[in-house]
Every structure is written in structure tokens, then in C-alpha cells.
Write a protein that binds this ligand. Structure first.
Ligand code: SF4
Length: 176
């Protein structure tokens, strides 16, 4: 009788260990190919059937790995669709492959979120629509950046190379 309970207990332990080891494996990644297009500071991939918003990496990191993107560039991205974005883990352009994230989804750059210096903010709201991560909201007339959403790209502070020229009163800084 005792040995039967021991066998049942062992089976339960093995099943539990198996479930937890499976959950630690990386996500299954999808692949999409198409032409790149930049709209208002955001990158999109036109696959011919769909236009997908891409979540890439901060400009500084792209520069560091010598990845220069331009509209109409043909590329293949590997990643995972999360909400309305395609989070890019790696991309391939011609024969070159660029890695942006680990298989676990961890970024290969250190995320240093930005914050608003409340005393300096004049409440102009210009940074709110400029943030590609929708990380900025107005609270009591002052901009507030959600550090969990911020990917450290610095567009709120420095501008988006398009219409937004960055915070006009230099009220945004990167956390140490
Ligand atoms: S752009 Fe600068 S001043 Fe304007 S709301 Fe954002 S942080 Fe405040």
C-alpha cells in the first residue's frame, strides 16, 4: 500500500517539474518579411498583406550594433506579437543578422527609463503623443512617465527627428 502511494507521489512530482521546466523555455517566435516604413517616428513592416507596427530598440543600441534602418528596406523580422505590436527579437537584412533580444525576451540593452522633473514641466503635453510606448500621461497638469512602459529610447527628451523637437524646457531626464 505504502509503495503505491510512493509511486503516485513520484508521478505528481515529475509532472510538476515537467510543467515548470516547459514554462521556462523561450517563446515560439514568428517570422515576417516585408518592406520597412517609418511613420511619425515609429517603424512599420509592410508584408504585402498586412502593415505591422514593430517594437525595435532604442536608437543608441541600434547605433551600437551598427544597424541603420531606412524606409523601403527589405528585411525579415523574428519575434512575437504582443497586443498591437510585433516585438522584434532579431532581424535579417540581406545576409546580415542583428540580435535585439535574448530568447527569453530580455533586451540586449540596459533599459534606463526617463522621468519628468515636475518643477520644470510647463504642462504643454507635447511629449505625450510623441512617446511610441504610450508611457506618458498628464497628472494634475504635469507629464508623468510610466517607468515600466518606458523603453529608454529618449524620444520624449530629444525629439523624434520629425515634428517633435523634444521637451521645450528640458524637463525630462534619464534615471541613473
Ligand atoms: S514636453 Fe516637457 S514641458 Fe511639455 S508636458 Fe512633456 S515634460 Fe512637460
Amino acid at each position: 500500500m505504502k509503495s503505491r502511494w510512493f509511486i503516485i507521489f513520484t508521478i505528481i512530482v515529475l509532472i510538476t517539474v515537467n510543467i515548470f521546466s516547459d514554462s521556462n523555455e523561450g517563446l515560439e517566435l514568428n517570422e515576417e518579411s516585408g518592406k520597412l516604413k517609418q511613420i511619425a517616428g515609429n517603424w512599420f513592416l509592410n508584408t504585402g498583406e498586412d502593415i505591422i507596427k514593430l517594437s525595435l530598440a532604442p536608437k543608441e543600441f541600434l547605433k551600437e550594433i551598427k544597424l541603420e534602418l531606412s524606409s523601403q528596406m527589405e528585411l525579415t523580422v523574428k519575434g512575437s506579437s504582443i497586443e498591437d505590436e510585433f516585438v522584434v527579437y532579431s532581424l535579417e537584412i540581406a545576409e546580415s543578422e542583428y540580435q535585439l533580444r535574448e530568447e527569453t525576451g530580455d533586451t540586449l540593452w540596459e533599459v534606463k527609463p526617463y522621468k519628468v522633473i515636475a518643477e520644470k514641466c510647463i504642462g504643454c503635453r507635447l511629449c505625450v503623443p510623441a512617446c511610441p510606448q504610450n508611457a506618458i500621461t498628464m497628472v494634475d497638469g504635469i507629464a508623468v512617465i510610466d517607468a515600466d512602459k518606458c523603453d529608454g529610447d529618449g524620444i520624449c527628451k530629444n525629439g523624434d527627428d520629425k515634428n517633435y523637437k523634444g521637451c521645450p524646457v528640458d524637463a525630462i531626464e534619464q534615471k541613473e
